[in-house]
Design a binder for this molecule. Structure first.
Ligand code: DGJ
Length: 736
């Protein structure tokens, strides 16, 4: 495992447990991509390339007219000198030309993994965990130098890629496109899988067969977005959840991005992913450099679950940081769907009191506690308590909440400014805006110009004061609109293409500062639910409010789709009232509980409205959750039956010793004269016997046993329990 370079054959062989990634440096100094897939013993597979003359593909090598950049598999393709496919990057040079030809210059191999200055990225805790390779390429005519950065994790099948572009000339140049990675596949027999949707419908799984030409997903919104997640996978058409080749690419970035698969004339496929080149440019002065975000590549021949499992491990252990990486997450109650803006201290304490009696551990005060915010038309930026609602301020409320036995957490939306605010009166020019145009509002708010260091400094200072005002255990960091008028009065005309990315760099700096300064606070990111559920945010905040949609049935799809890349311990999931506020559906309390218990469990409803019987059920389930949460939050997750394809959704959790498992299933609609359904479990030890802990007279009457062979549960399966009515679920525990 690791990274080998064979000088004679010019081969770079990057290997993890089960994966090989192979590059070839030719005698001409080209860097070709030979292979990415199941591990090979010998990387010498250059024979698969067959140079030949192809009409309309220019001869790019004087040594051999059959060689063309247009048909060779390029490791980081360039534009304007023969390759007509999508480039990895495009730079416009001082004379207006945009043609480049990169040649190998040098490389270095080292232990460990370097950090990406100012950007979120996966990391190692010891140098033994990963090996790194940096290959420097250059174009000696223009002076552009390109550093291709790779890291291979030894125990997790992931390869991280990023790129640094540097200007070694004496004149400024403009980067118009800088992808984090490009991969050429030999063929195009793939489905492209993406996680797409909308607000309250995030990360639904969509698949399409690749076709000649380009197919892409992107965000132009300045955020990763509800609509497309920064992730795609190419999967073989016969791949299932548990077998077949899957190639995932996930971008550690929270802004506008693009992922594109281009099937060219001879049937090969080029996949590129990175910052969206749309409306992007970056002025690179002499000796300056530009660092792209990181792309995380995961190959698995064990189907989608195999791929997800690598992402889960990597993002849980080597992307999330801070003490909460290892700590179990508290059961919380959030007052948003209980009160919206209409609350005072008395109301909050009533909710907190009941919460304490139910076994809830954390009370979260959501939007509406600051300025004069009685609705969403004002006060963002005025981060001081509204004494009408909180006469003794945050600290007074916090103390009372703690007295009730709960920790206290707070909602903020720091990146925003309301026109109707003291901050706006003082600094009307602190928002992103184009002076002569309308300032477009969304949810009645504007976006602070975080490309400006002084605005970021103010934000660090202001949030530090809020976070120190009482003993906060948790912060929910919200962001409720996308970027318009992306322009900053602080930058000249030829740097306006940088603003969207500079906004992110500013935000990342603010977050880095705050999470380091407040290590005891558990941060949860949010953007109208899951509008910024991306690896970039997880680097700073180890959990995300998965969606504003709290309907149990909708959550099946959202949580299932999200799990393709992100582990359950990153997903906030709350029980809310019925009829559900987003879709008006009425689902049973048990189903709402079970679905929410499969992530970071919480409640978001007026607890005062619960009947005694409902309270009893909730008490039992909170107790149960506390018993199983280590397994839910840190165990291995397996998707068993998809809500996108079946009436029955099923998934399960298994601990790393295979001694405990939790099986969840939910049947959407009752079916007349329904077929018998069996779920085959995964991840158990075939040689162990497992006791069904839920076993009681119901199971006995229905003909179930108490003890099952692990092999039987995985091969013969478990018969789905009879359920009456729509939207029914079960949560079953097995113990070895
Ligand atoms: C959007 C979030 O997703 C909600 O949970 C809530 O915090 C509101 N914002 C508050 O304005």
């Amino acid at each position: 495992m690791g990274i080998q370079f064979e000088k004679k054959r010019g081969l770079f062989h990057l290997t993890s447990n089960t994966t090989s990634y192979i590059l070839k440096k030719t005698d001409d100094g080209d860097l070709l991509h030979l292979y990415w897939g199941e591990k090979l013993r010998d990387p010498d597979i250059g024979y698969i390339l067959r140079p030949s003359l192809r009409a309309f593909s220019p001869s790019t090598h004087t040594t051999n007219a059959e060689l063309s950049f247009d048909t060779l598999p390029m490791e980081y393709p360039f534009h304007g000198t023969g390759d007509f496919r999508n480039p990895g990057f495009t730079v416009r040079y001082h004379n207006g030309a945009a043609a480049t030809e990169l040649k190998y210059k040098k490389h270095s191999i080292s232990k460990g993994k370097a950090i990406l200055e100012g950007l979120p990225a996966t990391y190692t805790r010891s140098d033994e965990e990963a090996d790194s390779l940096v290959i420097e390429m250059e174009d000696n005519i223009t002076g552009i130098s390109v550093e291709l950065q790779y890291a291979v994790f030894n125990k997790i099948d992931a390869i991280c890629r990023s790129v640094r572009l540097a200007n070694r000339s004496r004149q400024s140049m403009y980067i118009e496109n800088a992808m984090s990675c490009s991969v050429d596949f030999q063929d195009s027999e793939f489905d492209m899988l993406q996680l797409s949707g909308s607000w309250i419908r995030e990360r639904h799984i969509h698949k399409r067969r690749l076709q000649p030409g380009s197919q892409s997903i992107e965000s132009k919104r300045g955020v990763s977005s509800h609509m497309q997640n920064p992730f795609i996978a190419l999967v073989r058409p016969d791949a299932t959840e548990f077998q077949g080749d899957c190639y995932g690419i996930s971008l550690v970035y929270s802004g506008s991005f693009k992922a594109e698969a281009e099937v060219e004339q001879f049937g090969s496929t080029r996949v590129t992913m990175g910052i969206n080149p749309f409306n992007f440019s970056w002025k690179l002065n002499p000796q300056d450099s530009f660092q792209t975000p990181e792309a995380v590549l995961v190959y698995s021949n064990k189907g989608l679950n195999g791929m997800s499992s690598a992402y889960h491990q990597l993002y849980r252990k080597q992307l999330c940081r801070g003490s909460f990486r290892e700590k179990t997450r508290p059961v919380l109650v959030n007052n948003w769907e209980a009160t919206y803006f209409d609350f005072d201290e008395t109301k909050l304490l009533e909710i907190a009191k009941i919460a304490g009696n139910l076994g809830i551990e954390l009370f979260v005060l959501d939007d509406g506690w600051f300025g004069k915010r009685d609705d969403d038309t004002s006060s963002l930026g005025d981060w001081f308590e509204d004494r009408r609602k909180l006469p003794e301020g945050l600290d007074g409320l916090g103390k009372k909440i703690r007295k009730l036995g709960l920790d206290f957490g707070l909602w903020v939306e720091p990146e925003m400014i309301s026109k109707n605010s003291e901050l706006y009166n003082e600094h009307p020019d602190w928002c992103l805006n184009i002076p002569e145009r309308r300032k477009t509002e969304a949810r009645n708010q504007l976006v602070l110009d975080l490309s400006r260091p002084e605005v970021c400094d103010w934000l660090i200072d202001t949030m530090s004061k809020v976070f120190s005002s009482t003993n906060l255990a948790y912060v929910k960091w919200d962001m409720n609109r996308n970027l318009t008028e992306v322009f900053s009065i602080a930058y000249p005309a030829d740097q306006q293409g940088e603003i969207a990315h500079r906004y992110l760099l500013g935000l990342y700096r603010v977050l880095e500062h705050l999470v380091k300064k407040f290590p005891g606070i558990l941060f949860e990111s949010c953007s109208g639910g899951g509008g910024r559920f991306d690896p970039g945010m997880l680097f700073y905040m180890p959990q995300t409010w998965t969606s504003d949609d709290t309907d149990a049935l909708e959550r099946l799809k959202i949580q299932y789709g999200t799990s393709v890349v992100y582990p359950p311990f990153t997903m906030g999931s709350h029980v809310s009232a019925v009829p559900n506020h987003q879709v008006q559906r009425v689902t049973p309390l048990l189903t709402r509980l079970h679905t929410s218990m499969c992530g970071n469990f919480g409640f978001e409803l007026d607890l005062e409205h619960l009947s005694d019987q409902e309270k009893d059920i909730i008490i039992q389930h909170i107790k149960l959750y506390k018993e199983i949460r280590t397994l839910i939050q840190f165990g291995d997750f397996y998707r068993l039956s998809s809500p996108f394809e079946n009436n029955l959704t099923a998934w399960m959790f298994v601990d790393d010793r295979q001694s405990e498992a939790v099986l969840f299933y939910c049947r959407a609609l009752a079916q007349p004269h329904a077929p018998q359904e069996v779920i085959r479990l995964q991840g158990l030890d075939a040689d162990k016997d497992y006791k069904l802990l839920n076993y009681d007279s119901f199971f006995e009457v229905m003909g179930y046993k108490e003890i099952y062979g692990g092999d039987a549960l995985m091969k013969a399966g478990f018969r789905v329990t009879p359920m009456i009515g729509d939207f029914q679920s079960a949560l079953l525990r097995f113990k070895a």
